[in-house]
Design a protein around this ligand. Sequence first.
Ligand SMILES: [Zn+2]
Length: 232
Amino acid sequence: MFLFYFIIGSCFGSFVYLCAYRYRQPSLQIFHRSVCDLCHHPLSWKEMIPCLSWFYLYGKCRWCHSKIPIYSLFCELLGGILSVLIFLCFDGKDVIGVYLVVFSLLYCSCTDILYGLIPDRTHVFLIFGALFVLEPHEYLISFLVFLAVFIVLYFINIITEGLGWGDIKLITCLSLLMKPYLLVFSIAIASCSALIIFLPMFLQKKITRSTKIRFGPFLSFGALICLFFKLP
Ligand SMILES: [Zn+2]
């Protein structure tokens, strides 16, 4: 059963990476026949098996020999692992909502890493996911919290200009899925993990205070920790 959920998740992970990569590639349609993203040569089924094809092809396109990004393999593996975790931690109608939330977070992490942006469609999918996870009697209070978080972050950002608008909208959407103190906790996890990654680079002067940090993957990481560990 674990293997079944892993395969499903790695297929989703592969699709999520494809959507994220093609977000800024107008010549490549999402539902177009699968082709190499660089030489556009059509791919056979052997070249499209999530996780395995990357190793089968030694991480290179068979036709133009360009490198297949390691991110794609990482996204497929992560998709599989997250899918198994959803199977272990959730049941009932929550599963559909959590799938939507988790793979939306994976998608926005990819677009933020690749292009430095979080598309608005991520926020729409997160809101849909939250509608599945929340009970109908929680809709009103969640909507009020959603508005309050957005207004607070809006004014904080006007003063500090510390976050991008994509990050603010992402945090606001996450407020639908977790209690306010958990939201603060997930932001703290995101900030600490970003600090661990970027502090050595800052000390080595590879980045400066003015470098724009792509915070989406860290916010997603913090949110996933809170979501899966079901912190009280
Ligand atoms: Zn190629």
